[in-house]
Design a protein around this ligand. Sequence first.
Ligand code: TTP
Ligand code: MG
Length: 370
Amino acid sequence: MARCIFHIDLDAFFASVEQVLNPKLKGKPVIVGGDPERRGVVASASYEARPFGIHAGMPSSKARRLCPQAIFIRAHFSLYKDTSAKFMKILGDFSPHIEPLGFDEAYLDVTGCIEPYGSPQKLALAIKERIHKELKITASVGIATCKVVAKIASDLCKPDGLLEIAPGKEQASLNPLPVAKLPGVGKKTEQALKDMGITTIGELANLPLDTIKRHFEAPGEAKSISQELTFTRDTLDHDFLEANLHNLCQEVCQELRSQKKSAKCVAIKLRYADFKTITRQVTLQEASDVTQAVFTTAQQLLRKTLVKQEKPIRLIGIRISSLVGEEKQLPMFDSGTEKPGHLDKAIDKIRSKYGPTAIKTGNGISSEGS
Ligand code: TTP
Ligand code: MG
């Protein structure tokens, strides 16, 4: 028997929550996002704002030009978090097989849950009604035999929609659609396909797999990230060496995080005054992208090496390798607790804006010395 998958997505989520909270906003173009005066971007636009061409990701200043009467609101994440939790709970009452995707969307496998309702559409209507009754906002539901088709369907019927792409009707329904309707196809892929003469999902489906692979397989990726520093004077000052090592760790880890990767191996390199060069490597128990974790390991390697060899050093380097893709999912909302990753993110932001010397944490402050 074919599976029955729902994709349920709340309409104009942030903007809808704001409209529920303040009924004066109902029926009006509401934009939740950054300040138009301060280079903010639109996070969510109510459907009343959409005919003006406003969409998520657009600069708020542009949105205001397109629709001067729009009401701009700063995001209230704790409210959205509460609504999101209630939304997921409602879905969980209909089927235990739920896969949340974002805070306002989820897949629901309802294959075994349809009978009491009579049909997938009737079950979908029951879900939509319950959401509307309890949250006062509308949802759109796509129904199909697999996740990707269900997601395309919910997108096609927004807002407050319900669309079933029946078993066997997938090709006929999807073939005429533009490739951008496929989840994961963004502006770049869309243009690359256009350059190949492909604009619809049907045309894409007809391409031989080899051709697709040739054009779209990821290019070879960097296998390691390294950084080194030659001192103006040879040194044996341990604190100075450690401070510089910390700065180097911060630089490679920032690059690592910008690639959304974690590293499993940490190596240090030391070149002595006589040009003899050594490297020492260790494997972490768990891949990490946290500066402090990489630094602690590198620091141990350095200390061990310094104990054995007391010769002046002219160069120090760090290399992180065995890179793996980001396996952890970012939390949707700030938990408020200060984890090492939070500190790293804040530092990355400041350093990328104001340069690598703009901020240094405690371990790095003495690096200007000697
Ligand atoms: P979406 O479901 O993509 O957008 P939406 O719910 O506002 O509108 P739609 O009716 O088309 O589903 O995203 C859900 C929420 O996630 C959205 O309300 C705000 C937030 N979000 C951002 O903060 N930035 C973004 O770029 C996008 C796309 C969404
Ligand atoms: Mg939505």
